[in-house]
Design a protein around this ligand. Structure first.
Ligand code: UDP
Length: 467
């Protein structure tokens, strides 16, 4: 490895777990290299999670700066500093726009860091597009992190430029000429990317952040080359700024940082299931999916009827939870609190993962060689599900009762697909493929692997101080 001297990296994750966790993994990876120090910017309310997550990392190498999250934004509930706690994702844009008010504070702190030794580069979330201006003012290179894969990134960009699909029905299949093997539908994309939303606050936000990204020095992508080489190569040939694959970042989780602790109930429950061999379906939909009560009930019926044991992490609140717990007891365990998802996926009892296909969850499943039952809900998840099921063959796909990629899913489909993943022939096939993918992922993150070398190269080319 090249020796990297005197590099100070500022990390600024967006305020949601799915965007913060991979950046914290990146912090760990950076600190495994000699001569690098890291400063993480966040807000007061997000800081305890970050500090706890970083655990035993050497304090002299990392510091956390807490900014004031703007209060008194009329649309936002007071005290909410993370999208995970928003009452509805319809408040995402006011939330993201509120972060812009932190710019003066951020720039003051950045200036004082610059005078006390300098900042080599800023890696900030794509949703924090305004940090591009701050970086530019201070003459510091900025790299952008979106938390999406090359496949979603490339297809979305190509779609935005190829207008031949505009006007098609939401479920009408079409192809993009450079990717003839893919049968896509407009429903696979957010309206703001598929040409059906061309004005309004969401559209403006996407435009603003995309322009900021185009001015940045590069994209840090949480994926690995061997897995998505066709899409990464295409992206870097056709678009700017350059994308660098440095993941799967979840593999930066180093056990020696973890303190010994009492096992959580979910792990004790999985331990008990060991007697039945690999038999448990893990069910979780990330930190922000909004699922209707009607859909949750239908899911519970399907899970029950599949006769498979399952561990179900449910973020929804209210009476429906008690009802679900009652319905599934005996066969399933319903967990309401935050779990260590990687620890669950790593458990010997776990045989499959019903997932919303948030990119972190999908990668974590692949790295632990657990096949995925993809049930996407929003954002980039529909494309991730296509990548997982159609391109890589490491998972099966749940479709709505009307055959669309979006919409209500009946219990009979849940039952059938769970059985197929856990006991069927197709399940066996994806299990074999996910094992291979897991091995390739681990290789990419070894010191001689593609992702490790790419991160070294990225730091050397972009962040090394010219002194
Ligand atoms: N996660 C976790 N425990 C939970 C819920 C989520 O550890 O109870 C982690 C999960 O492992 C992943 C992240 O939170 O790293 C969620 O990111 P993802 O992209 O999968 O979904 P999002 O929450 O952004 O929709």
């Amino acid at each position: 490895m090249d020796s990297i001297t005197s590099v100070h990296v500022v990390l600024f994750p967006f305020m949601s777990k799915g965007h913060t966790i991979p950046i914290l993994h990146l912090a760990r990876l950076l600190l495994l290299r000699t001569g690098i120090t890291v400063t993480i910017f966040t807000t007061h309310a997000n800081s305890p999670f970050i500090r706890q997550f970083l655990g035993d990392i050497q304090q002299s190498l990392i510091s956390v700066i807490e900014l004031e999250f703007p209060s008194n934004i009329p649309e936002l509930p007071p005290g909410v500093e993370s999208t995970d706690h928003l009452p509805s994702m319809s408040l995402f844009i006011p939330f993201a726009n509120a972060t812009k008010l932190m710019q003066p504070d951020f720039e003051r702190s950045l200036n004082s860091l610059s005078t006390s030794g300098g900042v080599s580069c800023i890696i900030s979330d794509g949703f924090l597009g305004w940090t591009q201006q701050s970086a530019h003012k201070s003459g510091i290179p900025r790299l952008v992190f979106y938390g999406i894969n090359n496949y979603a990134m490339t297809i979305t960009k190509v779609l935005a430029m190829d207008r031949s699909h505009v006007g098609l029905g939401p479920d009408e299949p079409f192809i993009l000429s450079d990717f003839p093997w893919m049968k896509l539908t407009l429903n696979d994309f957010l309206p703001v990317f598929n040409g059906s939303e061309t004005e309004g606050p969401h559209f403006e936000f996407v435009m603003e952040t995309s322009i900021a990204t185009a001015k940045s020095q590069g994209l840090v992508v949480n994926s690995f080359y061997e897995y998505e080489s066709a899409y990464l190569d295409y992206y870097n040939r056709e678009f700017i700024p350059k994308a660098w694959c440095v993941g799967p970042l979840c593999l930066a989780e180093v056990q020696k940082f973890d303190r010994p602790r009492e096992k959580p109930d979910s792990i004790k429950w999985l331990d008990q299931k060991l007697a039945e061999g690999r038999s448990v379906l893990y069910v979780a939909f990330g930190s922000q999916a909004e699922i209707t009560e009607e859909q949750l009930r239908e899911m519970a019926v399907g899970l029950e009827r599949s006769e498979v044991s399952f561990l179900w992490v449910v973020r929804s609140k209210g009476e429906v939870l008690e009802e679900l717990e009652e319905k599934v007891k005996g066969r399933g365990l319903v967990v309401r609190e935050w779990v260590n998802q990687v620890e669950i996926l790593r458990h010997e009892s776990v045989h499959g993962f019903m997932s919303h296909c948030g990119w972190n969850s999908a990668l974590e499943s692949i790295c632990e060689s657990v096949p995925i039952l993809a049930w996407p809900m929003m954002a980039d998840q529909h494309l991730n599900a296509r990548l997982v099921a159609d391109e890589l063959g490491v998972g099966l796909r749940i479709l709505a009762s009307n055959g669309s990629v979006r919409g209500f899913v009946g219990s009979e489909i849940v039952e059938k697909m769970v059985k197929e993943l856990m006991e069927g022939e197709k399940g066996e096939d994806v299990r074999r493929k996910v094992k291979e993918a897991g091995e390739a992922a681990r290789k990419a993150m070894e010191e001689s692997g593609s992702s490790w070398r790419t991160l070294d190269q990225l730091i050397n080319e972009t962040c090394r101080r010219k002194d």
